[in-house]
Design a protein around this ligand. Structure first.
Ligand code: MSP
Length: 628
């Protein structure tokens, strides 16, 4: 079996996953499943990029070690990938031992090949973006320079470091690009890369004395290896570069690296150069997609406009979100996310067109044949046409999918789905069902539709695995395949829930608003800590004169005795309370009630009629014990 090794970027752990990260990973999973249908043995790698100053700093702010921070974020990534049904084969972390040793190995090898040398680096360094600014960076106040990426002021630093002889690779890279015209897709991105390399390459500083949280240079352990050298190497360390065994030989070079345009240069220029310097083959292809924008800006934590996939997942299935992202984004372009656009797309394509087709076909089978399409079928020209137009449509879809133009491929699949919907309207099975002599033909009509559904189902499976597996189970489809599948008659249909429930815009926005309000109501733990709730023993209790609702309680708070007034006299007798342990809000400002001082407040639950239920604590609770 031919292998296909594909990768996502490894994500930084100073950021929680958002829809942008999910998009790349979903795209990778869609490609994986499509390649599986084409008969490849596919290996999908994803993971996290955990070293570097940015992560060290974020962890410090949170009072965690970098590894602790990474562990937390890794859990979040893994959980999200599970929810989105990402069938990755390996999750690599750059803090994994085999990765660290593998990075040191490739660093050592490049050094031995004389493409790493020692020098001193002086430059303006952007701590946020973790790079030295280009010469052209604009001057800022007080001798600083402005980072062209993030706009922050940067200071000049000087440090001993190792350099990678990137300048020696200019010609080799250009030659490599020439020989591999499909190396970068889409072509417009490839042109950017070529122009960049043609403009000249300077040696690259690839170690840092100033960064502590990183992989030590094997022969100069006071230095750490530049995060991008470390990170990019994950693609080889994940497939046993350390041992360089059979497995490595089988999987390397990778068939496809997937990423957004922000990290193009690292992957298209530095990475092949590093590999060449280590005597290894560059990857076969890199797919560069655009950004998901929100309000026309790149979704990113620093811009504060990230879309949390968890929110969409509260209302929509993972399949629906996967479909939307893949259907809506044209690989070369940026995509603007709007809830309106999202709902319109999901409702139209999934609920109306595909969902309806499936549920109609199944419902009619249930109704007219008690869930069982009989053996004998009669086919006319029109039914045969369905099969023929599938054969016309499918190769075109495959061509688009192969070139990662899923949006265009899906457009054609949905044209076909609509053709099936129109066919049902024209064939009028409900009228055929009234005529006993048309029974065989009716079976033919329904069998043809179900058969077409099964074959469309295979094309949709890479994008919507869960829903397609449900459809398959309902119609007895054993496997997904790009070969035309005949359905076996008689066919016993199983029940199927609504695949994609329709959610109206108004309904969605009402839910959204409610959720936002709830989020506004949330408090931080520190807010709660301000409230001092303690256990207190009731020493004395008596009615307050001329106030039928009030009791005065003398309570022991452990370190002091106080009086409080409680509005529970209609429901509790004084003697019911004496000796009991209650909960008191201790740091409430004292108030005078009916001329009596109340130094705190008793806690009770209240029902809708305001009847109080006093919170009693176990008798052994020490007086003054804090509730937290
Ligand atoms: N750690 C580096 C990558 C090292 S790979 C050897 C990194 N990490 S990242 O967490 O910032 O992830 C960047 C990648 O996440 C992008 O290339 C892209 O795949 C994905 N995306 C992050 N934000 C995105 C959007 N707003 N839109 C689309 N993809 C986005 O860079």
């Amino acid at each position: 079996m031919k292998k296909f090794y594909l990768t996502t970027p490894i994500y930084y752990v100073n950021d929680l996953p958002h829809l942008g990260h999910a998009y790349t990973t979903i795209l990778a999973d869609v490609i994986k499943r499509f390649k599986m249908l084409q008969g490849y043995e596919v290996y999908l790698l994803t993971g996290t990029d955990e070293h570097g100053q940015k992560i060290e700093k974020s962890a410090e702010k949170m009072g965690l070690s970098p590894k602790q921070l990474a562990d937390r974020v890794v859990d979040r990534y893994k959980a999200l990938w599970k929810t989105f049904n990402i069938s990755y084969d390996k999750f690599i972390r750059t803090t994994d031992e085999y990765h660290i040793l593998g990075v040191q190995k490739i660093f050592q090898r490049v050094f031995e090949n004389k493409d790493i040398y020692e020098g001193e680096y002086r430059g303006y360094y952007c701590i946020s973006c973790e790079f030295y600014l280009p010469e052209t960076a604009q001057e800022g106040p007080e001798g600083t320079r402005i980072c062209p990426d993030c706009g922050k002021r940067c200071n000049q630093i000087a440090e001993k470091c190792f350099y990678f002889r990137l300048s020696a690779y200019q010609e080799k890279l250009l030659q490599f690009y020439e020989q591999h015209p499909d190396f970068i897709v889409p072509e417009s991105r490839f042109n950017e890369v070529k122009a960049f390399v043609k403009a000249g390459l300077r040696d690259l500083s690839i170690s840092r004395a100033s960064v502590k949280w990183g992989i030590p240079v094997p022969f100069a352990p006071e230095q750490t290896i530049y995060v991008w050298f470390d990170a990019l190497s994950n693609y080889i360390t994940a497939v046993n570069y350390l041992e360089e065994d059979e497995r490595f030989k089988k999987f390397w070079p990778a068939d496809l690296h997937i990423m957004a345009k922000d990290i193009l240069r690292f992957h298209a220029v530095y990475w092949p150069a590093f590999l060449m310097a280590a005597g290894l083959t560059p990857p076969r292809q890199e797919l560069i997609h655009g950004w998901w924008l929100k309000d026309d800006r790149k979704m990113s934590k620093s811009a504060g406009n990230v879309l949390d996939p968890a929110i969409l997942l509260e209302y929509f299935s993972a399949d629906a979100i996967r479909y939307f992202l893949v259907r809506e984004a044209a690989i070369g372009n940026d995509g603007n996310f709007s809830h309106e656009g999202f709902l319109t797309r999901i409702n139209a394509d999934l609920s109306n067109d595909w969902g309806n087709l499936v549920s109609r076909a199944l419902a009619m089978t249930a109704k007219y044949f008690q869930n069982r399409i009989p053996e004998k079928i009669e086919l006319r020209e029109r039914e045969k046409m369905l099969e023929q137009s599938f054969f016309r449509m499918q190769p075109e879809v495959i061509r688009y999918f192969e070139s990662y133009q899923f949006n265009r491929g899906l457009e054609i699949v949905f044209d076909y789905i609509n053709q099936l919907n129109r066919y049902i309207v024209e064939a009028e099975p409900w009228n055929l069902a009234r005529l006993p002599e048309k029974r065989a033909y009716l079976a033919g009509v329904l069998a043809s539709v179900v058969e077409a559904i099964a074959n469309v189902n295979s094309l949709l499976w890479p994008i919507m695995p869960v829903a397609c597996e449900k459809v398959a189970a309902a119609i007895g489809q054993k496997q997904f395949s790009l070969e035309w599948q005949k359905i076996k008659l008689p066919l016993q249909i199983q029940e199927l829930d609504i695949l994609f429930p329709r959610i109206e815009q108004s309904e969605f926005f009402a839910l959204e608003q409610k959720r936002e309000q709830e989020a506004d109501n949330l408090i931080e733990i520190d807010d709660f800590k301000k409230i001092e709730l303690v256990a207190a023993e009731v020493l004395e209790a008596s009615r307050v004169e001329n106030a039928e609702k009030l009791l005065q309680l003398k309570i022991d708070l452990g370190d002091q005795v106080r009086y409080i007034i409680a509005g529970i006299a209609q429901f509790y007798k004084p003697e019911e309370l004496i000796g009991k342990k209650i909960v008191v809000l201790k740091n409430l400002k004292p108030a005078k009630i009916r001329g009596l001082l109340s130094q705190g407040m008793l806690l009770a639950a209240a029902d809708s009629q305001n009847r109080p239920f006093v919170a009693f604590l176990p008798q052994e609770t020490p007086n003054g014990a804090r509730l937290k």
